[in-house]
Design a protein around this ligand. Sequence first.
Ligand SMILES: *Cc1c(COP(=O)(O)O)cnc(C)c1O
Length: 488
Amino acid sequence: MAGHPGVRGLVIKEGLLWERSRKGRIGVSLPEQDVPRAELADELVGEKPALPELSEVDVIRHYTRLSTWNFGVDTGTYPLGSCTMKYNPKINEHLAGLPGFANLHPMTPESHAQGALKLMYELERDLLEITKLHAVSLQPAAGAQGELTGMLMIHAYHAHKGRQRGKVIMPSTAHGTNPASAALCGYAPVPVRISPDGIITPEAIREVMDEDTAGIMITNPNTLGIFESNIAEITKIIHEKGGLVYGDGANLNALMGYADIEKMGIDVLHVNVHKTLSTPHGGGGPGAGPVVVRDILEPFLPIPRIVKEGDRYKLVSDAPLSIGRLHSFYGNFATLARALAYTRTLGKRLKDVTELAVLNANYVKARLKGVYNLPFPQPSMHECVFNDAIQHKGGVTTLDIAKRLIDLGYHPPTVYFPLVVDGALMIEPTESESKADLDGFVEAMIAIAEEAVTDPGAVKDAPRNTRVSRPDEVRAARHLILRGEIPG
Ligand SMILES: *Cc1c(COP(=O)(O)O)cnc(C)c1O
């Protein structure tokens, strides 16, 4: 196990700031007071807040140490499938943090926010160019909210046509959030099975599509990382029966510059600009899930819309068929700023992002084939899905493999998803990993597969190099302890 980035050492014991507190210790040193002291009225002073007393170095060390307990895209390879945990250049952070952007008050009038509105308008143009669709809204604050926005628009479209429908087709390879978004609009999901090739077939869709079905939600590439090559035929079947097509475009780093979303027959698509265009996903962090639509859905887009008149930008809310606002303010502005920095840095080279994402996934897939079981050997796009069928015979499971990777210094892949694969290990290397880093990851995976045969106990005991080994994950999620006890 030598040669992997995970080693132990300098893992420092860290208590609470309260435990480090010493009476009278302070973090500032001010010059001696040379003016008479003014006494404040008692009612202005009140109780002293209960805060720990610390020096600056106490505080800096505490938080810096805590930051090393976590793993991030800036620490190492993070192949968490479906999340696109790629490295994002720091210039994007810098630009999003410029004081004119970062300090802009949400209530600033349009006349004083022209630069921010221009930035958003320009990002909208870029998203239209990338997807080849007709109109766009940047409002949704995340991918899942983008899905909800799209489904609310499909719902509003059918209502406007005078006949609401009751169901939405949901392939088993759709992302997990898709059925939830349809259900929130009152639609019952209609499951469809995939073929042995891992994709949806026109026959399966023809069987279930009817005039009470509002449409279909398609994740393309699907959660197996496979391109839905029947998509044009499938969307035609949906349209012929008056339905609409929702495209989950969270995985745009597999398509940018190569695929024409309009030709696929998609009516509304959400884009995870966090993931594809800078800003790492994960941890429920900041996001943005713009929706891009074909012309027939434009009247239903959320308000306000950003409109350019001459060289001025305006927010326009006059749209009688709009589904309304999704939230009060563009709180996700910094994510949008990073996305524009990303598209403008790369320009036409956004195509390279797609090429490298797909190349990297296929490289990892080719190297691990045979070492791990590959339930769907078809060519994949930006991610690939293995499972633990080979290792399971010796008692080692997907969870054990994931935990052992932590010891070797790699973030685990997504595990037990997609649900169509038992014990799935969903690997998305992303476009930002070099061949050397991919080789390191692959060799760690191979070493674990060997260990699963020679010393399965070692894999089952992992991780051993971390501060905490295997927490009770269900209990940790259900019984959050968000504060320490304050010593009296
Ligand atoms: C990440 C993802 C989503 C959800 O996006 P969030 O920003 O996490 O809400 C939806 N679909 C797919 C395919 C995704 O990868």
